[in-house]
Ligand binder design. Structure first.
Ligand code: GLU
Length: 454
């Protein structure tokens, strides 16, 4: 573990605004049903206070523009019908079309989707892409359905929301549980329903397979952006990627790509945990071999996750969190780093690969313990940035090389990191608040120019 003084530790624990009177001022009723959303808006209000954001902007941003919920029947393989619930929340489109992923998960609910849509508005603004924020999902466990059932669920959802999305209006993408194949079915269904075959209808969605209008580098893009963030921000802490140690929570798209890219750069992966269990090896875990293991089908001996991997010993949750590392990358679901986990961590830096992985209470512990946080709206913005590149390629009928995609992504990630650092310096705040301020500055500018009509 690198031993140097922590030059940029957050100056003080950030205040929790989620129960602040200002929440009522922007229209919140203090129920517990929207806790995550309220906490996230609370972070925005903390930033808004510091930078003196106009009141009308706080009001506008405190609620999404549209919250769409649909129910649709789908025929299962046994001939019976089941009713599914789907969501699309369109938070803000002042900068450009609504943009954000579709989550396929049995626990997805409106509070999550609203929060994630809000975070997309912030993320797109911070990383300098011409999009607003949206998010959606289907309450479904993709692991419990055959490919045929998933195709019918996804196509039926698309037909239910087809009039609410569009290449210039709202552009979904993958998120937890959804894949490039799902995006291909959505693009195909949308093209069929909109009957605009000649006008690149596949630009309605990003994260598609490369053969059908996807971009090179999109699959690894979120992990690549996490690594770019570390490249941009670790030097001021005196940590070098070659030789550093790290642990990862969640080994899906974001966690596994983050680990594989860091591993290639000479960093040592020492602990991983996912929904199936934990694996630890002080000598280093082979990130590629672990990704292959996770992809192994159950009928070929796989466990659907990291459990049972031969390249390390099994570890408990407590052992995982208390493993000493330079960098910890939570890359699973929201709100997993609560007070308890934050107290266990023995790391210098938390780089948030997942959206909203840290609770405000967890955040306060991290700040008290002088653990630096590279916040999610910055660290995981690589996915939507390459989604933007995919959209541009679709619109201009072009295909960029992987080098070009990676180079342009690095530029966006560097600009976003520099704007966050500038806000931290100007307002003397923690990195999360600074990232929100940098995002809000751009939104303030656009609202000042556009005005409110009528
Ligand atoms: N779901 C990803 C995110 O949370 C990507 C969104 C997109 O590409 O539009 O950032």
């Amino acid at each position: 573990m690198t031993q140097v003084s922590n030059a940029v530790a957050s100056p003080s624990a950030p205040a929790d605004y989620s129960r602040h009177p200002l929440m009522q001022d922007v229209g919140f009723v203090m129920s517990d049903h929207d806790l995550l959303y309220r906490e996230t808006v609370g972070t925005m209000l903390r930033a808004a206070d510091l930078m003196d954001l106009p009141h009308y902007l706080r009001l506008i941003l405190a609620q999404p523009k549209n919250e769409i919920m649909v129910h649709f029947p789908v025929r299962m393989d046994d001939g019976e019908f089941r009713l599914f619930k789907g969501y699309r929340v369109q938070h803000n489109n002042a900068i450009g079309p609504y943009k954000g992923g579709l989550r396929f998960h049995p626990d997805v609910h409106l509070d999550d989707v609203k929060t994630l849509a809000f975070l997309m508005t912030m993320k797109c603004s911070l990383v300098g892409v011409p999009f607003g924020g949206g998010k959606g999902g289907i309450k479904v466990d993709p692991r419990k359905h055959s490919s045929g059932e998933m195709e019918r669920i996804v196509r039926r959802f698309t037909s239910a929301v087809a009039h609410q999305i569009g290449p210039d209006y709202d552009i979904p993408a993958p998120d937890v549980g959804s894949t490039a194949q799902h995006m291909a079915w959505i693009a195909d269904t949308y093209a069929f329903l909109s009957e605009v075959g000649g006008h690149q209808p596949q630009a309605v969605i990003t994260g598609k397979p490369v053969e059908y209008g996807g971009s090179l580098g999109r699959e690894k893009a979120t992990g690549q952006g996490v690594v770019d963030t570390l490249v941009n921000l670790l030097p001021e802490l005196g940590i070098k990627i070659p030789g550093m140690t790290f642990s990862v929570l969640g080994y899906g798209n974001v966690g596994s790509w983050t680990a594989r890219i860091l591993h290639d750069m000479g960093a040592k992966l020492v602990a991983v945990m996912d929904h199936t269990g934990g694996v630890r090896n002080e000598k280093g875990i082979d990130a590629d071999a672990l990704a292959d293991w996770c992809a192994r089908p159950r009928d070929a001996g796989g466990t659907g996750g990291v459990r049972g991997f031969g390249g390390g010993g099994a570890c408990t949750e407590q052992e995982f969190y208390s493993t000493e590392v330079d960098v910890f990358a939570p890359s699973a679901l929201e709100q997993m780093i609560k007070e308890e986990q934050a107290k266990l961590l023995r790391c210098r830096v938390v780089v948030e690969g997942a959206n909203a992985p840290t609770t405000p209470a967890g955040d306060r512990i991290l700040a008290q313990r002088e653990i630096e946080v590279f916040p999610a709206i910055l660290a995981n913005a690589g996915g939507v940035t390459v989604s933007y590149f995919e959209w541009v390629q679709n619109k201009t009928c072009s295909a960029w090389s992987l080098d070009e995609v990676d180079r342009k992504l690095r530029e966006h990630m560097l600009q976003a990191a520099m704007r966050t650092k500038a806000a931290r310096k100007k307002y003397k705040c923690d990195m999360r608040t600074a990232s929100y301020i940098a995002a809000l500055e751009r939104l303030r500018g656009i609202y000042a120019m556009r005005g409110i009509f009528p």
